[in-house]
Design a protein around this ligand. Structure first.
Ligand SMILES: C[S@@+](CC[C@H](N)C(=O)[O-])C[C@H]1O[C@@H](n2cnc3c(N)ncnc32)[C@H](O)[C@@H]1O
Length: 243
């Protein structure tokens, strides 16, 4: 784990790309607003008040982590990702409010030391192969304090709706490609874009999107005491698991 490199890029440009990212992600997680409304209610109920230590896994450019930091101003919020470009955007925007870690969720010792009250992983676990996702559940359990909460939000289609592509908004894919194409015009990001290409050269997203029951079993087998779906929007769902 390490800190990301910082490009010379002004804050207004970073804000513009992060705000466009938010729009792109809304296509991949339909019902984002209702997910984000649900999260504090569940987190505060489980944690017995505001979570004090929070880690967002696969936090991208840090938009979701930033919203959690705004919701819980007293919390210590951190995020982890592997993508040097997204990490740089997160780092510039976060200042010293959010700790930004570079790390690989597929690695054996993936997570920074706990204990955490709340872990979130939004639209990211599908990048991992099944055995890596199982290992991540175990790693998450090991860094949560007893009674801490893991929230996993992703495509979790119910049986009968089994083709991943049928579950996505048709415009989401082109919007994703357009966002990355546009970013290549930012001169100062070129070195990080080159680095990104090599980081992801041999990493194809697994597109592993099993039903919610798979996630529930994975959480229970990793040692979580309780696990269940707390939010659903069509084929997307959020699983809550309590350590
Ligand atoms: C679809 S994006 C979602 C980002 C963020 N959670 C959000 O909702 O805006 C998936 C994220 O997972 C990250 N990711 C993919 N594989 C990873 C890995 N092995 N380790 C760490 N991060 C990874 C990507 O870099 C990307 O930021």
């Amino acid at each position: 784990m390490s800190s990301p490199a910082l490009p010379v890029i002004d804050r207004a440009t970073v804000d513009r790309w992060r705000s466009a990212w938010d729009e792109v992600m809304a296509g991949f997680l339909p019902g984002t607003a209702s997910f984000e409304e649900m999260l504090p209610t569940v987190a505060e109920a489980v944690c017995g008040g505001c979570p004090r230590r929070i880690l967002d896994l696969g936090g991208g450019p840090g938009v979701f982590a930033e919203r959690m930091a705004a919701r819980w101003p007293g919390a210590d919020v951190a995020m982890i990702d592997l993508d040097p470009v997204l990490l740089a955007l997160a780092h510039v925007a976060a200042g010293d409010r959010i700790r930004v870690h570079r790390g690989d969720l597929a690695a054996a010792r993936a997570l920074p030391d706990g204990p955490y009250d709340l872990l979130t992983i939004v639209m990211t676990i599908h990048y991992l192969a099944p055995e890596q996702a199982l290992a991540l559940y175990r790693a998450a359990r090991s860094v949560l304090r007893p009674g801490g909460l893991l929230i996993v939000a992703d495509l979790m289609p119910e049986p009968g709706l089994d083709r991943v592509t049928e579950c996505l908004q048709p415009a989401a894919g082109p919007a994703w490609v357009g966002w990355w194409d546009g970013l290549h015009a930012e001169e100062s990001l070129r070195p990080l874009l080159d680095e990104r290409r090599s980081v992801f050269a041999d990493r194809v997203p697994a597109e592993f999107a099993p039903p919610a029951d798979w996630h529930r079993s994975a959480a229970l087998s990793a040692g979580f005491g309780q696990a269940g779906v707390v939010w659903r929007w069509g084929a997307h769902a959020a699983l809550a698991a309590v350590a």
